[in-house]
Write a protein that binds this ligand. Structure first.
Ligand code: BGC
Length: 785
């Protein structure tokens, strides 16, 4: 009996406090480097208290830019206040709210680095930018599929390379620090930042985010070279599970579950060397993350023995006071946050942080030790990212340009196209409606058919993504879905009649114009296939909040009217979160979720639609069918229960549109011979699973092979299954291969009510494809992970 074994262990161990998060139990997450540390100490020792506090303040560019000018200019009066008087240590955001050329970026950052170096005792400021799917605030840089697409590829090489290129193109603009990746689990599909995440699963988020961090930072976190940048993990933690589904509203998650699922991707990335982290703006059960000593200092800094730097999200110290009502004044909020473990305040407009924090230190409410610790972490980040090596930024623009010849290059374009092909999911293909037959006449319709804005989503050229069309037309080398199809199939074969268009109002980008569905229906005459591009327009953060996840009524009417023509309809979903399509899905012969594939999504989709490329992506989240019935694949058994015998029935039916991991291809795969190298194991062991995968169809393809493991009986009701491994394999027709995946036994543990990882004796089940086997753990033990 599991329970007995567990009780025995407790008896032997005596009183086991939940002690995993003590500094002593964890190797330093980033190995300390003597040169870095001595440089940090040297700089710290010469800074005054005012200069130290200035380092802890981050302001948005509005605080230094001249307003009401044509083009970007700095404001001398503001520069004096920010750098000369307040000694501010960091600036963020994009000039005039719009992607800038490398030259504008260079002039800005070079100028303010010199200014801050001169005024802040030799310490240059650190510039931070939201580079979300590539260097998305840099004009002409390469925009990749958003994170949700990258997750659907189940290919670790994609987040690595995306962010390696994003780092390179950021550095070409002198940007050393990026607010990415997002690793909040997207488990509430209404969440307006679902697409910024790697989907609903903890392991998938962790695996992809670790690669993103490595791509950004390179191999040595102590010495970030001139082709890499410092990553900023965000948003710590559980931001994607607000109960309301709305931005920055509360989650209600017990600590044990936070630790088991939500903390995990952050832990893994910190262990992989991530240099900084941004905090979730919301609160958990009323506890704002920004004021939580437990989450910031105990779990993260001490628990992981991490010497990195924690920055707030936008105005979130102010929010403790003005929004969350846990502090009675901004000063009290500052004390709370800094004492909890915040190192830098993204204030972002007001320098009063500096005055107020100085008062708190003078009054003994914040200790000098805490100030020194915070500033050490900030200086360490600056040293590590090379800001004290003037060769990395104090060069001429011409010299800088020479160092980055591949900025926005065709080479990167091609890589981005290949990646986009791997990130769109084929969900339905009745009667082999796809690939399109050669010479087929196509109607391209729907509000997403011809829009760079919709194709890219938010954080593209500007925050809400609303200026993507203006930018892409000016840059002149990208294709919308429609343009790419017209180019591939010949304009004479492809008609565009949208039927519905978006109004494109900033912050309300979902608003639609009066539809003209009859025009689209009329255009269907004479075509062989209808491609209906529906979904969402771009949004980011709070402006993306919605009250109803259902796809817009106009768009549903469009699909219904088109289906009534009797022509086959392929619905292409271009959306950041799963809008409900229950009523129209059965009317379509084909369904593709393209998510937000970026500037090369048009070319990539055209290649997929004609069969020049093959689909190989799978759903990184569970696509709901009903707005009241959200589910994740790792649900509890009682959420899906068969009809019960007897007078009363307590069945529970889980009815989703598409499950996690769903995804078709133009070929088929057969799985056989699933084996484990151990039928029985002990805590601390490693278990290797292998399975044969064969391409049984007629075309080449790539298949994500997903390993799910279930704990069959546990003290706390186990999830029905958990993703514990994945590998993507490419196979020619008829080819087969053996895929192996190794799992650490301790990773099969769950977090118990004491907050400890507990691996229990008993049966486990592994499943890959249609294969499954049972294996057994022979001991119960609290394990360290
Ligand atoms: C967002 C962050 C972002 C920050 C800086 C906030 O509103 O929540 O994700 O990094 O702004 O732009």
């Amino acid at each position: 009996m599991k329970w007995k074994a567990f009780a025995a262990v407790i008896a032997i161990m005596g009183l086991t406090a939940s002690c995993q998060n003590r500094q002593s139990s964890h190797q330093p997450s980033i190995p300390s480097d003597k040169d870095v540390e001595s440089q940090v100490e040297k700089i710290l020792s010469r800074l005054t208290l005012e200069e130290k506090i200035g380092q802890m303040c981050e302001l948005t560019i509005d605080a230094i830019q001249a307003m009401g000018q044509e083009g970007f200019q700095l404001d001398e009066e503001k520069l004096k206040l920010v750098f000369d008087t307040c000694k501010v240590g960091s600036i963020l955001n994009v000039p005039l709210g719009m992607a800038s050329t490398p030259e504008v970026w260079y002039n800005l950052i070079h100028t303010i680095n010199l200014r801050s170096e001169e005024q802040c005792n030799g310490v240059p400021q650190i510039y931070g930018v939201d580079q979300i799917h590539g260097a998305s605030y840099c004009w002409g840089a390469t925009f990749f599929p958003q994170e949700i697409n990258q997750a659907a590829s189940f290919n670790r090489a994609i987040p690595y390379r995306v962010n390696e290129i994003a780092a390179y193109e950021s550095r070409a603009c002198l940007i050393p620090w990026v607010y990415s990746p997002v690793m909040d689990l997207g488990r509430n599909p209404a969440w307006p930042r679902m697409w910024e995440s790697y989907g609903e699963d903890s392991y998938l988020n962790a695996e992809m985010a670790v690669q993103a961090v490595k791509g950004y930072q390179g191999d040595d976190p102590n010495h970030i070279d001139a082709n890499h940048v410092a990553a900023c993990l965000k948003h710590y933690m559980a931001y994607g599970v607000a109960l309301s589904g709305k931005d920055r509203t509360p989650s209600y998650i017990p600590d044990r579950e936070l630790k088991e699922k939500y903390f995990e991707p952050f832990k893994r990335c910190v262990e992989a060397g991530a240099l900084s982290l941004m905090v979730n703006s919301g609160n958990n059960s009323g506890e704002p993350f920004h004021a939580s000593h437990k989450f910031l200092t105990e779990w993260l800094k001490e628990g992981l023995n991490w010497d990195g730097m924690i920055v707030t999200d936008w105005a979130d110290i102010e929010n403790l006071y003005s929004r969350d009502h846990v502090a009675a004044s901004k000063k009290e909020a500052i004390e709370m946050a800094i004492n909890a473990g915040i190192d830098m305040s993204m204030d972002p407009y007001n320098v009063n942080f500096c005055r107020l924090l100085k008062e708190s230190v003078d009054e003994g409410k914040v200790s000098m030790d805490r100030i020194n610790d915070a500033v050490r972490r900030i200086l360490r980040l600056k040293v590590r990212v090379g800001l004290f090596d003037k060769n990395t930024w104090d060069v001429s623009f011409a010299e800088l340009q020479k160092q980055y010849p591949d900025y926005g290059s065709e080479k990167f374009d091609q890589e981005a196209t290949r990646m986009a092909e791997e990130t769109m999911v084929l969900l339905k293909n009745e009667n082999e409606v796809l690939p399109l037959k050669p010479g087929a006449k196509i109607l391209v319709t729907g509000p997403n058919a011809n829009s760079f804005q919709a194709q890219n989503g938010g954080w593209s050229y500007n925050w809400q993504g609303t200026r993507a069309d203006e930018a892409c037309v000016a840059i002149g080398k990208y294709h919308t879905f429609y343009q790419a199809l017209a180019e591939k199939l010949g304009a004479e074969n492809v008609k565009l009649v949208e039927g519905i268009t978006y109004q494109n109002v900033y912050s309300k980008s979902e608003l639609e114009n009066e539809p003209n569905i009859p025009a689209a229906v009329a255009a269907a005459r004479g075509v062989d296939v209808i491609l209906a591009f529906v979904g969402e327009n771009s949004y980011a953060e709070t402006p993306g909040n919605i009250n109803d996840l259902t796809l817009s009524q106009n768009q549903q009417n469009l699909v219904k009217a088109l289906a009534a023509t009797g022509k086959p309809v392929v619905m292409v979903l271009n959306e950041g979160r799963p809008r409900i399509i229950r009523e129209i899905e059965p009317l379509c012969q084909g369904v593709i979720d393209a998510f937000l594939p970026g500037n090369y999504g048009g070319d990539a989709l055209a290649n997929l639609l004609i069969g020049e490329a093959n689909f190989s992506a799978k759903m990184p989240f569970t696509y709901p069918k009903y707005v009241n019935s959200f589910a994740t694949y790792d649900y509890k058994p009682c959420e899906n229960v068969a009809t019960m015998d007897g007078a009363y029935n307590y069945d529970a039916v889980m009815d989703v549109q598409y499950p996690f991991g769903a995804g078709l291809s133009y070929t088929t795969y057969a799985y056989s011979n699933l084996k484990a190298d151990k039928e029985e194991f002990l805590p601390g062991d490693e278990i290797t699973f292998s399975v044969d995968v064969k391409n049984t169809g007629n075309v080449a393809g790539s298949e994500p092979v997903l390993l799910f493991i279930s704990d069959m009986v546990a003290t706390l009701t186990p999830d029905v299954k958990r993703l514990r491994g994945f590998e993507k394999v490419s196979l020619q027709p008829g080819e087969s291969t053996t895929v192996s995946m190794t799992v650490k036994a301790n990773d099969l543990a769950f977090v118990d009510n004491d907050g400890d990882w507990l691996l229990e004796e008993g049966d486990f089940r592994a499943a890959i494809g249609d294969q499954h086997i049972t294996f057994r753990c022979n001991a119960t033990k609290k394990v360290l992970r």
